[in-house]
Design a protein around this ligand. Structure first.
Ligand code: CMP
Length: 227
């Protein structure tokens, strides 16, 4: 019978966090790591759980979220290939801070708490890289708190679209599909309000939706630059 799927050195090399490790160390880590597939809609970790591992995203996307007893959700972030999660509670030994659920079929590499801690202790570059990602997430969370307190839904949706856009052939475009429901959960508004705002952005020429992609036009970029 075949054993569990193995982790290649290349798989780890493609995750920016580990890309600077020398080959020898990377192959030791690859041997200690595991690999697992998660179907769409599976929860990988739940808020409040004890921590035991770090997860690297090889393929697919996941949402980081919080929910209440009534099933209301807020999405804190969307993670994709090359990113990782689960580091927070490995660092402070507190329970998992959020729930992480696959929004597409995902392939993840799993590194045990002990291996990750060893890696941090032995490589100051890795510790620094983890700190940089924590700081980036804190900055994003600060921006989100700022826009929740200071902006209306229109501004929050516009800002989110700007943050999610990539530059393709000189044009700002969101290439990954995102349900209106998920946008609503990211900006703290209802799906209906988000639909209305998106329609308004479209009819005013700020955005254009073509083949499932959202193109951001100049007016939108100017209003963001002024904000
Ligand atoms: P941990 O607390 O171990 O488990 C939940 C994980 O979700 C957490 O580690 C982080 O990796 C991730 N996470 C929590 N909050 C955010 C956020 N605001 N942005 C991105 N990722 C987050």
């Amino acid at each position: 019978m075949a054993g569990p799927p193995s982790v290649s050195t290349l798989m780890l090399r493609n995750v920016p966090l580990f890309s600077m490790l020398p080959d020898e160390q990377l192959s030791l880590l690859a041997r200690a790591a595991g690999r697992k597939s998660f179907p769409h809609n599976t929860t990988v970790i739940s808020a409040g759980d004890p921590s035991n591992a770090l997860y690297l995203v090889v393929s697919g996307r996941l949402k980081v979220m919080m929910s209440d007893e009534e099933g209301r959700e807020v999405i804190l972030a969307i993670l994709s290939a090359g990113e990782y999660f689960g580091e927070m509670s490995l660092i402070d030994d507190a329970p998992r801070s959020a729930t992480v659920t696959a929004i597409e079929p995902c392939e993840l590499v799993i590194i045990s708490k002990a291996e990750f801690k060893k890696c941090l202790a032995e490589n100051s570059e890795i510790s620094e890289a983890v700190m940089k990602v924590l700081v980036k997430r804190l900055r994003e969370a600060d921006n989100k708190i700022g826009s929740l307190a200071l902006m209306d839904v229109f501004g929050r949706v516009a800002r989110l679209l700007m943050e999610m856009a990539e530059t393709v052939d000189g044009q700002k475009v969101i290439t990954k599909r995102l349900a209106k429901q998920d946008i609503a959960k990211m900006v703290g508004a209802s799906r209906e309000t988000v639909s209305r705002v998106m329609k308004h952005l479209q009819s005013s020429g700020y955005i254009e939706v073509r083949s499932g992609m959202i193109y951001l036009h100049a007016g939108m970029l100017i209003s963001e630059a002024k904000a």
